[in-house]
Design a protein around this ligand. Structure first.
Ligand SMILES: Nc1nc2c(c(=O)[nH]1)N[C@H]1C(S)=C(S)[C@@H](COP(=O)(O)O)O[C@H]1N2
Ligand SMILES: [Mo]
Length: 233
């Protein structure tokens, strides 16, 4: 009896081992209604980080909710967001877990939204709430930085669900966890807040990139030294 049991167990183990090999490069979320963390297939060159899997956002029913300390809180549709003056740049996302990857991003500056909603003088920053319940905080000073943008476009195409459709932050002098994706709400707040990732890991609240090492996925993960702040190449 024991022998039969062990035999079956061995068979099951072999099946899982071989299926793992067969599915190497398989994106678990592809052709599902959900999207989540993945590093397989095409994403070997640009990892996908999501705190939790969530239902893909539908562009026609999505709105960006702008709330909190402002004179004219409002909901903006994707069509409205696409009419805002465009800001573009090439920049690298550097994850605190060491990998990085580069893309061309386009979007707009927070100041375009501020012209519409008129933040109150007490507002010092913004809390971003995302579709996967991820939360991140950025000070207005960082959001007004020349290299910071709210991006809706990556390499000339609307963001994919994986990279944060319909809207994400790009802030290249901070670690990737300071660039919330799949944004649902922007709340103007009067006190500095904390984000999901710096509650989970031993990561700073500020998130500025520190001197150390980088393993760029677009350069075969070849280790290089970095001096801190934005990595420009
Ligand atoms: N909504 C949401 N945004 C997020 C995250 C997340 O878990 N959820 N992870 C962050 C982290 S840790 C990184 S490194 C970048 C990675 O961006 P990418 O998935 O487009 O490569 O997304 C950031 N934005
Ligand atoms: Mo990250």
């Amino acid at each position: 009896m024991t022998r039969i049991f062990l035999g079956v167990l061995g068979g099951v183990a072999t099946f899982f081992k071989s299926s793992n090999t067969a599915f190497a490069g398989f994106n678990f979320w592809r052709s599902s209604e959900y999207v989540g963390k993945t590093r397989d297939g095409i994403y070997e060159k640009f990892y996908i980080q999501y705190y939790k899997p969530f239902k893909r956002i539908k562009g026609d029913s999505w709105t960006l909710k702008i709330t909190g300390l402002c004179e004219h809180p409002q909901d903006l549709s994707l069509a409205e967001i696409n009419t805002l003056p465009i800001k573009s740049q090439v920049s690298r996302i550097k994850c605190v877990e060491c990998w990085s990857a580069k893309a061309a991003w386009s979007g707009f500056s927070l100041s375009e939204l501020e012209k519409r909603v008129k933040p109150s003088p007490e507002a010092v920053g913004v809390l971003f709430r995302c579709a996967d319940t991820y939360v991140e905080y950025l000070a207005l000073e960082d959001l007004h930085h020349a290299r910071t943008l709210l991006a809706h476009t990556m390499n000339g195409q609307p963001l994919t669900d994986e990279h944060g459709f319909p809207l994400r932050v790009i802030i290249p002098y901070k670690y990737g966890y300071k660039s919330p994706k799949a944004i649902l709400e922007i709340e103007f707040v009067s006190e500095a807040g904390r984000g999901t990732w710096n509650r989970i890991g031993p990561y700073s609240v500020d998130g500025t990139i520190l001197p150390g090492y980088d393993h760029p996925l677009d350069r075969g993960k070849k280790r290089r030294r970095i001096t801190g702040g934005e990595i420009f190449d």
